[in-house]
Each structure stands twice: as C-alpha cells, then as structure tokens.
Design a protein around this ligand. Structure first.
Ligand code: NAD
Length: 337
C-alpha cells in the first residue's frame, strides 16, 4: 500500500524549501504520495483559520507529516500552530540532532559536535496555561505544568533512543535548584529511569551551566533530555554550534502520528528570494524516511546531501556560498544519480 504523507508547505521560506525537498524525494523514487494541506498565517489569510480541520484529519489518517515552518504572531494573535499540532497528536518527543556536516566550517570542526536534543514537547512552560490580569494587563501569569507521567515517557524515550542509536550517554538538563517542584520532579523521574539503563551513562546539569558547557565543550554531550522550554532554546544553541539554523532538522514523535520539520522558522528576512538553505528540511526528510523504515532511501539522500555540502560549490549564502535554493537542490538531485 502506498504511504501517504501530509504535506504542509507553510509560511515565509516554507514553500521554497518544501518544494526543494519534495523534488529530491521524488528523484529518490520513494513512492511516497503527498496529501497537501494548509496551516499557518497563509491558511489564516486564505481560509480564515490557521489550522483547518482537514489538516488535522489528514495527519490523523496518514500518521506522518512533512511540514515547512509556520509563522506565529508575536505577543498577540493566534497561538502557535506548531504547538497546537504537536499537542493535538500528543507528539511528545521532539528530537533534534545537531552534527557537524562535511564541508561546513565551524569553530568546532576539529573536536566535532554530534549531539541530539530530546525535548519534552507537550507540557512545561508551553502547556498554554496563561492569562493576563486586568486592568490594562497589570500582570501576567504562565503556569508551568509538568506531570510525572510525561517525565517518565520522555526520559524513557531518550534512553531507548540512545540505545537504538548506539549512543553512550544521556544528560538531563533542568533548573531544579530554583524550580524545585516542576524541575525537581523531572530530575527525580529521570534519575529513577536512568537506573533501568545501566548500559547508558547518565548525568544531570543545571541549564545555565549547560549553556556555558555546550558552547565551550560541545563534544562532551551525546543525548540531552530536557523540558519543553529549555529544549527549544538549547536545540537552537546546538544549531548554532554546527553552522546555523539552515542545517538542523527536527522530528516530533508521537504514538499515533509524527511530524518532521526544520528547527528554523519562516525566515521572513529572506522569504521569496529563493536563497533559503533547504538542508534542514531535507535532513528532516531523511529522519522521516528512517521513521518509515525506508533505510536505504534515507541513506542515499543523506549521502547525496553530504556530498554536495562537502564539495562546496553549490552551498547557499548562510554557509558562505553563492548558490540559491534551486542550484543547491539541483546539485543534490545530481548527487543521487
Ligand atoms: P527564523 O528561524 O525564521 O530566522 C532566524 C535567522 O535564521 C534569520 O536571519 C533567517 O534568515 C535565518 N534562517 C533561518 N532558516 C534559514 C534557512 N533555511 N536558510 C537560510 N537562513 C535561514 O527565526 P525567527 O525570525 O525568530 O522566526 C520567524 C518566524 O518563524 C516566527 O513567526 C516564528 O514564530 C516562526 N518559527 C516557526 C518555527 C516552526 O514552524 N517550527 C520554528 C521557529 C520559528
């Protein structure tokens, strides 16, 4: 039976990088069938809702989605549609690998960086429990909700992932010295799950210290498991270590549906110019192929991407090159042949 994938082209540079990625996947001959659905600001403008029911139904049916970035208005307006989709399908694990790629010069090219952030994706500071207090927004309150159940689920996922990916260590990042209740619970659960995995090294670290350690000795880290807000920030930090947001993919994994996307946003400053780097979304597509157990196709796509980056002639401007999205994509398609 043909595997259908819900395809969301998204806002800003979304359509440019999604089209580029689909082109490579088509060339690869995966046999995947696309079901295009809408979400984000564009959907809001055209259809009056940023998250049409049909989009949720499609993801529910296909169980796999490939998504371009979606714009979220800052401060006011509709709530993040990314968060809404993740919550709707209980995509509880946000997995973001950050690895120095061949040909990409970074400050850490000698020591290397190869870490994976596993972020709790459904609760914490992003549970959406917030309100302002009148008059005139005199105060505002956001509640950090953390449940034992979700802590257990994400920590177990991190250890299982480490085992599957043959990684050596899990580092739990928290702020349990100050947020004693919520982060204390997360740490306590993580320590208890760690005892079930004596083949994997375990340590924990306070988030502020972690930021400093990550920018000085990123090679020390392997799998990082953390709460929603810290994971959001640390995974962008990790993207910076390996050469920028244009390179880092992300997977939102749930029991019933999973969604693959780039870590970066809609890049409004370069949208429509045809110069966006599609590598992050293409690497997310590689993760999607692995998830669909299309291991050989995943390996071929990964290899082609690495070959183009390593060769360096067709890399995009964010990596110091001169190629546009089209030229980069053509080079990746060429490298597949
Ligand atoms: P951003 O990631 O869109 O951009 C940050 C910087 O990185 C910009 O200078 C941009 O040009 C550059 N950049 C990002 N992706 C790139 C690529 N593929 N190639 C080359 N350069 C790239 O972050 P932002 O400006 O803070 O956010 C813009 C919008 O994106 C906001 O509405 C935000 O809510 C949304 N956003 C969406 C997602 C998502 O859909 N998963 C994630 C993050 C931000």
């Amino acid at each position: 039976m043909t595997q259908k994938v819900s395809l969301i082209r998204g806002d800003g540079i979304g359509p440019e990088i999604v089209d580029a990625t689909v082109r490579v996947l088509e060339e690869l001959g995966t046999g995947l069938e696309w079901e295009e659905v809408r979400a984000g600001s564009g959907a809001f403008e055209d259809l009056g809702t940023p998250l049409p029911e049909e989009t949720l139904l499609s993801i529910g049916r296909n169980k796999v989605a490939l998504k371009g970035p979606l714009e979220t208005p800052v401060g006011t307006g509709f709530r993040s549609i990314n968060v809404a989709i993740r919550k709707h399908f209980d995509m509880y694990a946000n997995v973001r690998p950050a690895k120095i790629l061949p040909g990409v010069e970074t400050r850490f090219s000698e020591t290397g960086v190869d870490l994976v952030t596993v972020r709790e994706n459904t609760e914490g500071a992003y549970a959406g429990i917030e309100h302002t207090i009148p008059p005139n927004r005199a105060a505002a309150e956001t509640i950090i909700l953390i449940t034992r159940w979700a802590c257990e689920r994400i920590c177990r996922y991190a250890f299982e992932y480490a085992r599957r990916a043959q990684r050596q260590k899990v580092t739990l990042v928290h702020k349990a010295n100050i947020l004693k209740e919520t982060n204390g619970l997360f740490l306590e659960v993580g320590q208890s799950i760690a005892r079930e995995y004596d083949d994997i090294e375990f340590d924990d670290i306070i988030v502020d210290n972690m930021c400093m350690q990550m920018v000085r000795w990123p090679e020390e880290f392997d799998v990082i498991v953390t709460t929603n807000l810290f994971g959001d920030i640390l995974s962008d930090l990790a993207a910076g270590l390996i050469g920028g947001l244009g390179l880092t993919p992300g997977a939102n994994i749930g029991k019933d549906a999973s969604m693959f996307e780039a870590v970066h946003g809609t890049a409004p400053d370069i949208a429509g110019e045809g110069i966006a780097n599609p590598t992050a979304l293409m690497r997310a597509a590689v993760m999607m192929l692995e998830h669909l157990e299309l291991a050989e196709e995943a390996r071929r796509m990964d290899k082609a991407l690495n070959a183009v980056l390593e060769e360096g002639q067709y890399v995009t401007r964010d990596l110091g090159g001169t190629a546009n999205t089209e030229e980069f994509t053509k080079a990746v398609v060429g490298a597949l042949r």
